[in-house]
Design a protein around this ligand. Structure first.
Ligand SMILES: CC(C)(COP(=O)(O)OP(=O)(O)OC[C@H]1O[C@@H](n2cnc3c(N)ncnc32)[C@H](O)[C@@H]1OP(=O)(O)O)[C@@H](O)C(=O)NCCC(=O)NCCS
Length: 173
């Protein structure tokens, strides 16, 4: 079975909804989040990526723009959310392929800081580190240090940025 990793197309939207719905335990929140991000100015079509097997979409990752506010400047960063792999296809490396493809695309576009709120045991496999130790903050959501993470896609990028991450409106429901 060969896996195709490619940019999401409009005709994929309903299958992508299903992937998110099923991966998150038949909950609509993440599928709706994807819909809201797609409609926002922070959406980057090239960073909505699907994994497909035999014309069936079984995985999806979405990264989009967000901002980190320092005292006198605003940094544009990328946030990763959500990522989903259909239950029958998990733990086969598909999530990893989606993340690595997304990272390559970010680098090609000149984005070198990726932030997220997520599983503290999954993302460190991809060099995500706790963000607050680098002077990054998040107050919109009450999250512990271990789930608020950042990854630099180019060495030394983290030394250039500090401040408070503000997720765009799409994330606020
Ligand atoms: C998280 C998710 C996207 C990972 O995709 P995947 O294709 O199953 O992951 P991969 O096969 O690439 O990676 C598997 C590794 O991740 C680990 N892993 C998978 N889900 C995990 C989770 N929820 N928490 C911690 N580790 C997890 C596996 O144990 C495995 O570890 P190993 O490489 O040391 O053996 C997928 O499991 C999923 O859709 N989960 C439900 C939705 C979700 O929780 N999304 C993330 C929200 S932060």
């Amino acid at each position: 079975m060969s896996i195709v990793i490619r940019t999401e197309r409009k005709e994929d939207y309903s299958q992508v909804w299903d992937v998110n719905f099923q991966a998150f335990g038949n909950r609509e929140d993440e599928a709706k989040l994807v819909d809201r991000i797609r409609l926002s100015e922070y959406f980057i079509p090239n960073l909505s990526i699907v994994a497909e097997i035999n014309n069936e979409i079984i995985g999806h990752i979405l990264l989009s723009k967000a901002e980190v506010f320092d005292t006198d400047m605003v940094h544009e960063v990328i946030v990763l959310a959500p990522i989903a792999v259909k239950p029958g296809h998990q733990n086969q490396g598909i999530g990893k392929q989606l993340i690595l493809e997304a990272f390559n695309r970010c680098k090609d576009m000149g984005y070198f800081i990726v932030m997220l709120i997520g599983h503290p045991t999954y993302y460190p496999k991809f060099e995500f580190k706790q963000a607050r130790q680098f002077g990054l903050e998040l107050t919109q959501f009450e999250v512990s240090d271990d789930v608020f993470m950042v990854c630099e896609l180019k060495s030394n990028e983290l030394s250039k940025i500090k401040g408070e991450l503000k997720y765009p409106k799409a994330f606020l429901g």
